[in-house]
Write a new protein. Sequence first.
Length: 332
Amino acid sequence: MAEVAALAGVTKMTVSRVLRHPEKVTPATRARVSEAIAAMGYVPNRLAGSLTAGVSGMVAAIVPTLRHSLFADTMEGLSDVLSEAGLDLIVSSSSYRTDVEESQIRSLLERRPDALVLTGLTHTPGARDLLRTFGVPVVETWETGDEPVDMVVGYSNREAAHAMTSQLLKAGYRNVVFVNGPSENNERARHRAEGYRTAMEDAGLGPLPVHVVRDEDAILPETGARALRAVRDQTPRADALFFTSDVFAVGAILACRDMGIAVPGDIGIAGFHDLEIGRVVSPTLTTVHVPALEMGRRAGEMIVGRLSAKPTAERQELGFTIIERQSTRKSA
């Protein structure tokens, strides 16, 4: 820093201000210091600065997977807000395993992040103890519940699945099968299955056995194609399939095309998340739109508000939307 200051013709304190509070430095001085930093390839020691200031300037997020775009919009919205506030984001993947998440939480807390963003509400008791003991702001996303660790922003997966199942029933389908991922460590999957079953029961129909895809981490179209064939073998009377992922649903549509099954005439196909792939497949995919980008932005705003000691809502319910497209018959 002393060498940068000498090259720019300013004091070390001025260099520090440019790095920490650039708005307090005149544009001309800021430009000279920035040019000196670039010329020397200087990289500030954020760790040393965090020890002095008591903050790291870093927020950590854990998502279930980085293998596809499902959580990308949420991370983008989060990153946009944090970046505007001068905070950096580090992202890790738990592979849908709560024991892995607990290990990652411990590792991330060792790096002293200013806040944590988690996916869902299901955590090990050890993880919950860590979060409550450490005391940094925590935002849980993609679900809402009665006992969050700290703050929560999301929507009701149970209500979303109920609404989509009801939409299929209104379209005249009667034997709707729900294709889900494992629910042991995933309350989102568990709540969606509950919403499906309740909708079927509300309509006076017995819910069919939920088909569980066990290789959830491999969220690929071919997984959905295999699920379609399995459901056709196990439940031949199924006239509609509701998938927990658009990726699975698109794979099922492509498999139907190969097998000569008319969609939506012979069988209806619906998905969840409203990914781009569902908007370009033919027929286009009926799905549940969830506000993934806005969820990330709201999580970021909650963190920034808490860190700046501003009044911050601890619970935000964003809702969802049923998007009716070509892969299902029109509802009555």
